[in-house]
Design a protein around this ligand. Structure first.
Ligand code: TPP
Ligand code: SF4
Length: 334
């Protein structure tokens, strides 16, 4: 896990405007950051309009992305740093957790806490982190391969658990990092991979509809090529109390060059965000996969895993059972 640099911590803790509601995730009572003396870095009111883009820089690490030129993931990185700046989240209060893939490199490029985990295992890692450190804003990032293939099981359960996490999936309908194999969201007749020269012939995974069916309380779709809209969606997702899933169409320039046409194909979602399941299900049925916006939003209880302190009594119970457990183990290993 890497930690935000001292410089970013220093630069990134502006006093929260007193009237602003505590919009941070976690919604637990949070200590107010100590007031800071005005510093030379604070712009004059005359320059205030440029604050978001200037401040977004402090969330970027010194590491230069190794993504191919034109990769959609650049747009997601830019939108995310702008979102963090817009929400005025101090870097030391944010953690970005990922799995493996080009998209999963995201934490390295951010100056917030980061954990680059195992393929498909970002969500359970993030669930553990959020349970142990509920005051953190925990953002999970990865690709369609990472999240819907090897990590598909975790996706379903994260949706239904409704823990306060934001999950950004950068969907390019391909495994970019391993040189272009079909992923669960690839069209069945896509035959440009040597592994599937005649296509997979398998129906596509429908991320938004599956998230709805699995119980996600916030579902949105953004486009990496429209960073302003994506920034608004990410801000809404981070502020949503509960599991917020943001499906981002993020083209792979190298293995899916035809995705450059997505710019002409995306369109705004036709409806206000659906709030009841039947309305959302009807919207999903008509969804062409290119509609951008908040598709579903619902307030339901947020799962908050109280990390129960281990009591004396619990320890005694464990000790009492350990003899029996040892016997079972010996029986099984015989
Ligand atoms: C357990 C395991 N299986 C397979 C891999 C190989 N692998 C690394 S990244 C990846 C897929 C990445 O695709 P995606 O998540 O869609 O991200 P992208 O690279 O397209 O951004 C695979 C299969 C691995 N690292 N670990
Ligand atoms: S292979 Fe595709 S997903 Fe990976 S960095 Fe290159 S363009 Fe992006």
């Amino acid at each position: 896990m890497h930690e935000p640099s001292d410089q970013s911590l220093e630069a990134a803790s502006p006093p929260r405007p007193s009237g602003k509601p505590q919009a941070q995730r976690g919604k637990q009572a949070q200590p107010t950051p100590p007031a800071r003396e005005p510093s030379a870095r604070q712009p004059s009111p005359r320059h205030r309009a440029s604050i978001p883009s200037l401040r977004a820089q402090i969330y970027k690490s010194h590491i230069k992305p190794v993504w191919c030129p034109g990769c959609g993931h650049f747009g997601v990185l830019a939108a995310l740093t702008k979102t963090l700046a817009h929400l005025e989240l101090p870097p030391e209060r944010v953690a970005v957790v990922s799995g493996i893939g080009c998209s999963s490199r995201l934490p390295a490029y951010l100056a917030v806490h980061g954990f680059h985990g195992l393929h498909g295992r970002a969500l359970p890692l993030a669930a553990g982190l959020k349970s142990a450190r509920p005051e953190l804003t925990v953002i999970v990032a990865g690709g369609d391969g990472d999240g819907f293939s090897i990590g598909g099981n975790h996706f379903l359960h994260a949706c239904r658990r409704n823990q306060d996490l934001t999950y950004i999936v950068m969907d390019n309908e391909v495994y970019g990092m391993t040189k272009g194999q079909a992923s669960p969201t690839t069209q069945p007749d896509w035959c440009r991979s040597k592994l599937t020269p005649q296509g997979t012939g398998i129906r596509r995974f429908q991320p938004a509809a599956i998230a709805l069916a699995a119980g996600a309380s916030f579902i949105a779709r953004g486009f990496a090529g429209a960073p302003a809209g994506l920034t608004r969606l990410l801000a809404a997702a981070i502020e949503h109390p509960g599991f917020a899933f943001v499906h981002v169409l993020s083209p792979c320039r190298t293995f899916r060059p035809e995705q450059q046409h997505w710019k002409q194909q995306v369109h705004p979602c036709e409806l206000e965000p659906a709030q009841d399941l039947a309305q959302a299900a009807a919207l999903m049925q008509r969804d062409d996969g290119m509609a951008l916006g908040i598709l579903f939003r619902q307030r339901i209880p947020v799962y908050a895993a109280g990390v129960a302190p281990i009591t004396e009594q619990a320890l005694r119970q464990i000790a009492a059972h350990s003899g029996a457990l040892a016997e079972i183990e010996a029986e099984l290993c015989r």
